[in-house]
Design a protein around this ligand. Sequence first.
Ligand code: FAD
Length: 460
Amino acid sequence: MNTTATPITAIADGLHARGFVGRVLEPSDPDYDGARTGWNAAIDRRPAAVAYATDADDVQAAVAAARAAGLPFTIRAGAHSVSGRSVRDGALCIDLRALNGVVVDPDRAVVRVGGGALLGELDAATQEHGLAVPAGQISHTGVGGLTLGGGVGWLMRRHGLTVDSLEAAEVVLADGRRVRAGEHEHPDLLWALRGGGGDFGVVTEFEFRAHRVGPTILGGMLVYPWEQVRDALRAARELMSGAPDELTAFVTLITAPPEEPFPPELQGGPVAIIAVAWCGDPAEGERVLAPLRAGLSPAVDLVGPMPYVALQSMLDQTAPRGREYYDRMHYLPSVSDGFVDALVAGFERSPSPHSHVMTGWMGGAVDRMAPGDTAFGHRGAHALTWIIGCSGDQPVGPAAEWVRRLWDDTAPFATGGVYVNALNAERSVREAYADDVWQRLVAVKRRYDPDGVFAGNGIR
Ligand SMILES: Cc1cc2nc3c(=O)[nH]c(=O)nc-3n(C[C@H](O)[C@H](O)[C@H](O)COP(=O)(O)OP(=O)(O)OC[C@H]3O[C@@H](n4cnc5c(N)ncnc54)[C@H](O)[C@@H]3O)c2cc1C
């Protein structure tokens, strides 16, 4: 995309008058359509303009200009919000993608990450030093949205959620001030940024504590034919019962695509995939995984030493950008036989080979953080299941119907509540937090954004 020729229009004028130097795309611009769409093509919204901030000064200028013009605005980083809350009809979308620098201090194991960086950019930079920040499982997701909601991923049971490693943040507030939120400065703001879902200001830079991980890790996938789906789910449950924190496992129910590494006889049919990551001593990891391999033979066994960055992008193809998606999730108190039966029966009704369901085990370091220490709402959940509906290049409608029904069928086995980063447009942010956390979030919101100008999530 050409990033130099900015059309001179009303919104662009207002922004540039405040010192904004990045490109501003309004509906008349030929690049506008590409700029308004994100990962989920089901979100078809027409913002007043998209303003590409180049640095924190630009963010400040954009917030000031939008407020002066009475123009609502949204913040966008990786554009992966399933509900599409980073783009709203008639609002200014302030895009942070250019703020993607990652600066690693290997001696202090501290990483400073721009508010618009992607997980792949974070991992590439930290791995050069044998370090990692716990993050999500798809490398094209934004660090921004993922962190502000919590951050569930391969390292969580050993090193916690992404927010558990968040030590400070540089923030542009609703009144235009730039502040640092840290242990000693605005600790209430830092608390809210650690899982409160965003909407408290624009984070131009995150500061994380990093952990020794990789560059090689033991991980990968075991693929089972559909006849073994229940056994695979139970085997993963057995494996995770009392498993060391170094081990994380997710079971994905998916239709095998027509390509390697799936054998021809499985391609096009439903399969169960147990995906594992072990971030400790490899020999010990092999010992921990041995009973899984001994008990149930997979059709394909791809578990072995692999680069950590490969693990972090291993599932990228399950969620390509630009298709229509609809998702729902549950937290689970256990992966019971009743849940397994409802999940398997529900998956068999999937109208599309492009939908999938992931069930993963939490616990470990996630539980060692006291519930009130961060705003993340669901310490103590044993597992989660995430149902992702997609109809390929077709409208998501039938797959969305299927997601709703499967979600209903599995609801009796769930704890209630929802991960704020899995909220779709039909569910309220209120459902993502317990009463006490919600009250604290509302208090922080009133202190830092009393006019509610950051309104994507709905905390007020
Ligand atoms: C394919 C896919 C895979 C995923 N995998 C995981 C996973 O493994 N683990 C997990 O925990 N979650 C996962 N998620 C959920 C993901 O965490 C959320 O969708 C998250 O909102 C994405 O962040 P983003 O920056 O890409 O999205 P955006 O749409 O750009 O942002 C979403 C919202 O976050 C806020 N925001 C983002 N950046 C900033 C910032 N710098 N300052 C202030 N506010 C900001 C804004 O309110 C914005 O509207 C996944 C989502 C998708 C689509």
